[in-house]
Structures are given as C-alpha cells and as structure tokens.
Write a protein of this length. Structure first.
Length: 293
C-alpha cells in the first residue's frame, strides 16, 4: 500500500509567484482595460490608506511619549497619600512599596504652596521637597556604542584611549551620556585563548539633555540644551577570547566615579559644582591586534 506524504513548502517573501499573481491582476488584457483601471485605483487607495495609518500612528505615539515625559518629569506613576490622618509611618510605607516587583523608585515627598516675590513681580509657586538620598539612589540605563584604540608597551601592558556614548531613557525624558577615558590595561597573557584583563584610567564625562525649559526670577522662560561635565576615575576589567591570533571577542565592565563640576545652558556656564555621580558601562565587541597576541 502506497502512502503519500505531503510536505509544507515555505515561500520566501516577494517570490516570483507573488510577482506573477500581482502582475496578472494589475495588467488586464486589451479588451478588459477597464478592469485594469479599477485594479490600479484599488491598489492606489490601499497604498494611501496604509501610509496614512502608519503616519498617524507614528505621530500619536510620538505625542504620547512627549506627553508622558512632561507629566512624569514632575510626578510619579503612582501617588500614595493618607485620607483622614497624617502619614506618620512614611518610611515604612516607602520601604514596602520599594519591595514590590517592578518598582524602580519609591521616594517620600512633601509639597506645599508658597509665595515667591522679587522687586518686579510676585507669584504663587508649588514647593516640593525630596530627600537627597532618594535622588542619588536612582539608576538608569540605555544602549550605546563604544570604541577604543591603544598601543602595547609590553606583552602585558597597553596604553588605551576609550570613548563611548549612550542614550539613557528615564522618567524625566531621554538624555545622552558620553565617556572619554585614557589609561592603562594589563593583560594576563597565558597559553589559552582566554585572556582576562584589568583597566584603570582618568575619565571625562558629559551628560546632555535637549529641549530643557528653565525659568528665571522674572518669569522669563528659555528652552535649550543643558549639559553637565566633569571628570573622575575609571576602573574595571573583562575577558577576551582570541578567535585568531589577531582578532578577539570579549566583554568589559567599567565603573566610573567622580563629580560633575560644570553645567552649561546655551551660552551660560556655571563652574565649581560638586555634584557626585557614578556610572557603569558594559561593553561587548571585537578587538583587532595588528601585531597579534
């Protein structure tokens, strides 16, 4: 008894059969030219409808993102407050909320109305206070690119210049963070293809956020790019696997500590800041050694 087996054949996108089928209905015979006109108008209408849908969805998604960035820049996703009695156990409440899975930050705040006055104007303002520990405990991350060039002094020691940049997404909006390090790397060369290493160096950092709106004492607003700059110390290590004597694939982790000492907004620059900040970088990629290991 013969058994017939059927196999499922997957057709690649834009296969010749699809082109033949679409051309068959778009190009009618001479005596059926009116059908070709109808098919052309139908194809054009579908194309315009899909294009309009894509454009509208892109605009609405962008508007939604900007709206959330503006709202969440001042307020959190959830506001917890008492109804009839003061919140005296706010420390315990914040600790319990912080332990909920998915919560990135639970910070106690206090706010109230006040009157701000100057020799030229007076206006009501909303004053909001937050603990400095909560501001320093925020951790945010984002993807980026990095590159490094170096010179081997010996088989184990190399001088390296490392530069990287990343776009960080946070509740306050997106901003760019850049690092530039110059330092030394020590390779623990051995007989295997795996070579660990450690890094140490002097780092320069810059944090930039666009479309920031600031208000002066007179109530005048200005929108521009806000940039923080500073220096610090970087240290870390990693592991490389030599695919060939001259090409290695590896990963490195760097931790940078220091301070932002300068802030710049358009043409205005403020020096001598003491803003502590730490940053971490996890890089993965290929390294080319022209002279081999």
């Amino acid at each position: 008894m013969d058994e017939t087996m059927t196999e499922t054949v997957q057709t690649a996108p834009f296969a010749p059969f699809e082109w033949m089928l679409s051309a068959r209905y778009l190009r009618a015979r001479r005596k059926e030219g009116f059908i070709s006109v109808i098919a052309g108008f139908s194809f054009l209408g579908i194309m315009l409808g899909v294009a309009t849908l894509i454009i509208v969805m892109a605009v609405m998604n962008g508007f939604r993102k900007e709206l959330l960035d503006k709202i969440l820049g001042l307020n959190g996703h959830i506001l917890v407050q008492p109804l009839e009695s003061p919140l005296t156990d706010w420390k315990d409440v914040a600790e319990r909320i912080s332990q909920v899975q998915g919560i990135r930050l639970a910070a106690p705040v206090v706010d109230g109305q006040a009157l701000a006055s100057s020799p030229w104007n007076a206006s009501g303002v909303l004053v909001r206070g937050i603990r400095s520990d909560d501001l320093n405990s925020r951790t945010e991350s984002g993807p980026g690119v990095a590159g490094m060039i170096g010179w081997g002094i010996t088989k184990n020691i190399a001088i390296a210049l490392d530069a990287s940049g990343a776009q960080i997404s946070s509740v306050d909006g997106n901003y760019n963070l850049g690092h530039a390090d110059i330092g030394a790397r020590w390779h623990f060369v051995n007989r295997t293809a795996f070579v660990p290493f450690v890094d140490v160096g002097y780092a320069g950092r810059a944090l930039m956020k666009r479309d920031v709106t600031l208000t002066d004492n007179l109530g005048n607003t200005s929108t521009g790019t806000l940039t923080y700059m500073g220096t610090g110390l970087s240290y870390g290590g990693g592991l490389e696997y030599f695919i060939t004597p001259g090409i290695a694939f590896g990963g490195a982790f760097k931790w940078t500590t220091g301070r932002f000492s300068q802030v710049r907004f358009e043409n205005l620059t403020v020096e001598d800041l003491q803003l502590d900040a730490s940053s971490a970088r996890l890089n993965m990629g290929f390294t080319w050694y022209p002279m081999g290991r």
